[in-house]
Structures are given as C-alpha cells and as structure tokens.
Design a protein around this ligand. Sequence first.
Ligand code: TA6
Length: 299
Amino acid sequence: MSMDLAALAARFGVGNRVAVALGALGGPVVRLVGAGSVAEIALQGAQVLDWTPDGASPVLWLSPTARLGTSQPVRGGVPVCWPWFGPHPTDAAKPAHGFVRTRTWEILSSRADADVSEIVLATRTGESDHALWPHSAAVELTVRAGVALSLEIATRNTGAEPFRLTQALHTYFSISDISTVHIEGFDGLTYIDKTDGNARKHWSGPIRFASEVDRIYLGHAGDTVIHDGTSGRRIIVGKSGSRSSVVWNPWDEKCRRLGDMGPAGYRTMVCVETANAGDDVVMLAPNGRHVLSATIRCA
Ligand code: TA6
C-alpha cells in the first residue's frame, strides 16, 4: 500500500470493523463491517460501492465496467450529485450532477459500536471550483453500516452569500429483473417526466417498467418500497431532508448509448434517488446547514 493509504489505515482503522485499503476497482476505499452488513465506500466521490447484508446478495448495483481513478464517475452504488442535480441549470457545458463525484474526499472520522460501523468523509469548495460554482461550502457524508445502510450528506454555507442547492444520493439498486419489479410509495403524486419534455403529470399506483423511466416525483417525503418479484426481496428506502425522489431506468437504447452498464445492464438495476430536485430547491443562507439522509434496509 502507498504510504498515504497506510497512514490513513493506521489513523482511521478500527479493529476488524473499519479498514482503509486499495479496492478492487483500483482506488482507495473504506470497508465497514457492521452488525448485520458490510459496506465499501470509495474516497473518490465518497461513493458507496457496495452494501451487502449478512447472508444476502448485494443490495446496490455496480457496473461490471466500473473503474476508479478515471475522469469518469463510477456507474453504480450511490453517486453523490452535488451542488446541482442533473444538467447545470444554465450552462450545459458544466458536468452533469455537479462536480464532487470524481474528486477525492478526505476522511474526517471513523467509529464502531455494537450496532454500526461509521465513516465520515468531507470535501469543500475552493477557489479552483469557483468557475464551476461561485460559492463556498463544506460538505460531509456520513455512512453507517448495521442492520441498515444510512447515508447523511450535510452541506454548510461557509460563504457570505446565500446559494441554491439541489442534490441527490443517486442510488442504484440491484434487482433480479426489471420486468418483475414494482415500486410503491408514489401514489397520488405529481412528477416531472424527463422522457416527455419535463411535462408535469399525475401518478397513481405502483411503478412498473416496460420502457425508459426518468421521473422526479415531487412532494415525496415518505418511504419507498422496491419489490423484487423474482427474489421476493423488498428494499425499503426511508429519508429525511428531502421532498423529492427520482426514479430512473434507462431501458435498452439509453443503456447502449451510455456504454458503461455492461450488456443489458438496465435489466438488473433500478435507481431510486433520495433528492432535493425539481421544485425541491434548498436555499442556504450564510452559515446555514442542510442535511439530506437516506436509510436503506431489506425485508
Ligand atoms: O437521475 C437520473 C438521471 O438524471 C438520468 O437522466 C441519467 O442522466 C442518470 O441520471 C445518470 O446520469 P450520469 O451523469 O451519472 O450518467
């Protein structure tokens, strides 16, 4: 291991509960062993790559072509979309989903107790980011692995001006086959249909998939339940600090166009993203702080 990785391992390792190592995707990762599950988080983008409950299959989908250390974000796990969700609101030349997915975050702290193992990662915007985003902020991501996986992204405005924030924990879930999945939790909500010119539509009932789905559900503050009809597994996503969620499956043509999901990757994944997106914009005053959290468990 390189010296800095060995130093990080020495400083933040906690027995057999928290380790810092070189991961299989070719970059530094933090491994958490909680009571009931294990997780792996890349320092690149503070991206959760794996969450696997004891005795079960991985809950998060990860592209078979995923590699760390390239200029491209890793497809899968939980990308952190920040400080804007989707394309930049006024400048399409800026990177989609903000600019913290490809940078290396620092480790702030680690701990383990009888139930969870935890890591806190951090980054901040600096002068070099101001061409992309002319504000100052400090961001921390806290990940806890136990009987559930919890992620909390906390943003603090460290500048003198207010700013608008949109963001998402862009979670890719692993499912048996998209044709046997249905998702509950969005009944009666308005959604923005990104496959239909961002038209606003009304939704009722469970979500099923037979073509590309790319929707921002508005006024969504409750739980989401992903039913895997083939395995019988239910994945429950709880959240706080969010009134919008994104549901996405690229289907076959966009999957091919993206080119980094493996052959027919769309069949074994679905994204349910815990967000502040669409009309759900966070305005942060100087020294203001906002926390967006997602808690994932299986039943
Ligand atoms: O959240 C859904 C979405 O905005 C889709 O429109 C698609 O672009 C997806 O995110 C993946 O974005 P990425 O920049 O990671 O390829």
